[in-house]
Structure formats: structure tokens, C-alpha cells
Design a protein around this ligand. Sequence first.
Ligand SMILES: *Cc1c(COP(=O)(O)O)cnc(C)c1O
Length: 379
Amino acid sequence: MEIPFVDLKAQYKQIKDEVDPAVLAVMQRGDFILGGAVTEFEREFANYCGVEHCVSVDSGYSALELIVRAYDIGPGDEVITAANTFIATTLAISNAGATPVLVDCDPVTYNLDPSKIEAAITPRTKAIMPVHLYGQPADMDAINAIARKHNLRVFEDAAQAAGARYKGRRAGNLGDAAGFSFYPGKNLGAYGDGGAVTTNDEVIAEKIRLLRNIGQKVKYHHEVKGFNHRLDTMQAAVLRVKLPYLDDWNASRRRAAATYARLLADLPIELPSYADDHIFHLYVIRIAGRDGMMDYLKEKGIASGLHYPIPIHLLPAYAELGHKRGDFPVTEAYADTIVSLPIFPELDDEKVAYVAGAIREYLADHPAHEDLPAAIAAG
Ligand SMILES: *Cc1c(COP(=O)(O)O)cnc(C)c1O
């Protein structure tokens, strides 16, 4: 059996009858740039998230960077975010001219640890950017309370959390503004790059509309020095077809995660929490001797991934932050033991059982791998 990490072709087969004519219709209409489907998708995604405004853009990265810029955060300012995130989060901050200030993750949820945020606040701090990592919302009540106390903005990096709910409210409606990614492999993926900002702040939404479209609302009337970060109409047409399926697809991911949890429960592995609010963009386990197991899975035709192998503070790109190994112990320990197993809506129980079976076989042959260090297993 071959099990890919995600199966975009299987999903395309399911929606081909709707998505093909939707894309063709864009070509027939010729409204390729900020066309009808863009406006429609923005309205539909705002409704879905329960927010007033959605401004679509060309990637999740752009969404986050435009949020930082729209709040006039730049050189001399600091934004607190997660040490174990994907680099797009911190690039959005540093490319806007501000400094990302990293905080370690909670050992159970992998999300920004609220108990470590206040120590990172300085007079320069302007915002907190929690990441709903792997599809589970961050501890937003605690984060928003800290933000209120210190008069900070809260920007959700919701790139991995389209459709997730936190205490009944959708991701994208849990802070001042949120950035989503529609990268093809995300839970709501376009057929190319895409992203969106959601917010209830009309002024910010308007500012981002200007910034994404070379600073103009009326053609050639450039009010500010903007960028070209528009979402293609064809991608919006694809996203409009996919959005009504998102809740079902997320439910299928949860089913696959529940099957993994059942089949792996007795093994010396740390499983992700199966919290109600988790939509499992990724299914991340921790295991001692991770690299050997990944090789074994590969031999069995099973893809796996690392999210992420090198924490932000140890990347050459962020040498300027002046960190060293040891600064974020949970993030560092996890980077060496995490592995992401295949998960996607079309991953049925038979395939999950095949992956779980391969892990079981590997551990039976490698008893030395049972000594997941106590500190890591504590979660
Ligand atoms: C995917 C992702 C992004 C960036 O999205 P792109 O659309 O690829 O630019 C940002 N943050 C996180 C946590 C992501 O997973």
C-alpha cells in the first residue's frame, strides 16, 4: 500500500464536477483579477468565520504581514509569537520591520504557553501572534486577557485552523485580526497559493484592501504605497466550491485521528490530545528514535513529515535574534521527537490501520526506542 502525506487528487475527484465548471466560468467571464468569485468568496468566508470582514490575499504569509503593517507595527516594535511555528509567522513580523519575540510552547497542546508570555513583554511589545498549531486553537482566553492587561493587539495565525472552533467561536474571530492560508495542503486549500485576513475592524479591513491592491481603491488613485497581494479569481472560484465541504472534511480528519489514537494507545508514543476543538491539520506524535521510524515507514510506502525540524531560533535566517540551544527547551526537545503521520479527509480506517501496524512492527523490532525521555513524555 502507498500512503501519501496528503491526497489532493482524491479530493479533486470528489469535487471535479463542481470545480471544473467553476474554473472554466472564470475563463469565460475573463474577470481574472479581483473578479466576482473573489467578492463572493470573501462574503462567504466572513460568514463562515462569523466575522464582519474578510479580505482575500495571495498567501497566508501575505495575510499575516499585511495585518502587522495595517496596525502600523514596524521598526522598533516587537510581536510575541511561538518558537515552534512555521517560519512564515515570524517572516510576516520581521519583513514588516518589527522584531519577533519567541515564547516556548505548552507541552500538551504544542501551542504558545500563556504562562510564559508576560516575561517576554517589553515596552516595545505591540502584539501577540498565537498560532493555532496543527489545527488546534491556542489558549485564546488566557492570551486575550494578557493582551488586554498590557494593551496589546492579538493576531491569530489561523493558517492551519480553517474551520476550528474555540468555545463555540470560529478561528478567525478570536482576536483583533487573523491570517488564513489556502496553500493546497491546508484544510481549506486552493489550487495554488491563497490566503485571507478576517477581522471585525472595518478600518483595518479597508487598509488591508488598499495594501493588497497597490494602494488603490479606484484605479490609478494610489492612496498609499501598497503591494500586489491579490487572490486570483480562479483560486477564489475553487475555494467557493470547497468551503461548503470544509466541516465534513474536518470531521473526517477527526475520525482518522480517533482511529490513530485507538490503534496506537498502548505503544510507547505520545499522542496528540483529542480535544473537541482540534481539526487535525496535522497528526503529530512524539517518539524516541524518530528518524529510524520515519525510514521504516518510508520502506512500507508511508509518507511522514516534520513540523518543524528546526525551531525558529536555531535557523540561520534568525541568527539576528541572538538565541542559542537551550533557550526554548520544550520546543527543542519536541523538534527531535515529533513526527507527523499522514492525515487527510480521505484517509480511511484501513489506511490508518496500515500506518499504525507499521509503527507497531517497528517498535517491536526496536525495543530501545521505548525510552522516550521522561521530560518529553511528561506531556
Ligand atoms: C502555511 C502556514 C503559513 C503561511 O501560509 P502560506 O499560504 O504558505 O504563505 C503561516 N503560518 C503557518 C503556521 C502555516 O502553517
